[in-house]
Design a protein around this ligand. Sequence first.
Ligand code: TRH
Length: 378
Amino acid sequence: MQRRWDIFCTVVDNFGDIGVCWRLAKQLTQDHNQMVRLWVDDLRCFSCIAPDVNPEIQQQNVQAVEICQWQKAFPEVEPADVVIEAFACELPDIYIAAMARKNKQPVWINLDYLSAEPWVAQYHRLPSPHPRFPLTKTFFFPGFVPGTGGLLREKNLLAQREVFDIAAEQAFLDQKGLYERRSGEIRIALFCYDTAPVENLIGLLSESSSPVLLIVPQGRVADRIAAILSHVASPNESLIKHQQLTVQIIPFMAQNDYDRLLWSCDINFVRGEDSFVRAQWASNPFIWNIYPQAEGAHWKKLEAFLDLYTVGMPPEMATAVREMWFCWNGGKALNAPAWVNFLALRESLMQHNKEWVKQLLEQDDLVSGLVQFVENQL
Ligand code: TRH
């Protein structure tokens, strides 16, 4: 049944908050024919991953989603049938009061961050009554195993991935002005935090036995790489060559194009939450830079994912993956054996990742699960 949904998103930092909310909004409209209004407090950040969004316009329709700038002075609006509060962002008081006045209580969901930790299945779908109003909020936790909320996955995503062959890749590279594939080349997409050991990686790739193309989105990490290689590059150059390494700095892409970039690279360095999930759907070998948290809380999260992901890997493969990920997240210095051992496993990691995707497919995708949950409530 077609319902009205309000999704609320505050951009804390980076692109992950809006990245997840935008994907959720698109899937609700495109895959489930729902009516979605998306409230976002930072349209400029939003427009980096959705070029159709005009940051100057406070209310606009993009890909059948109504996008509204979420400002401090919140207007009086009729609350939707379903209200999603992303990552515990606080809903405006005036909106909560309007929800409480409705004859039929809206379904109110807090969509939380993704984690592979075992407690997630216990907390998923727990209700939390509001202290003052006759309203109940339900906690929805994405996750990797049955009993959690699942992962964001468009209905046609894996079919599109399947038909992305050499010709489709070539067309994509041409369209995006990406460097042509050279024979024997290793093609890498790099999306990471400032804290990742980029200097070490640049050193290792420059001395690689095969040519390497490193594709980096514009931003602080790209600036850092340009600075590291300033002896061979002039400022603002988007193509930098040093020994075996070619670095191509590119503008941010729309989410659909970014998927294709991940499909066309041999190794994907990804980060945070959403690009990390997209790398899994891509099936190519990937290295995760987890979002660093205070007091090292992220290490537990990283371990929890590795515990699930490495099941079924031969021991030497599991060790190589753990070692490379540990180094990349600053557990110890990134060294040549860690990189070379990981690289040597490319083919078998691809096979493992295909099995991993099959395992993930045993769960419903997050949006189908949400829609089902809502229908049972209303
Ligand atoms: O930007 P992030 O570091 O976001 C983070 C995480 O979500 C983290 O968990 C959260 O706490 C923090 O934000 C506030 O990484 P993430 O999650 O991968 O989000 C990036 C989004 O940007 C994702 O939707 C993919 C998209 N993207 C593009 O659309 N085009 C691009 O060119 C690139 C590089 C990314």
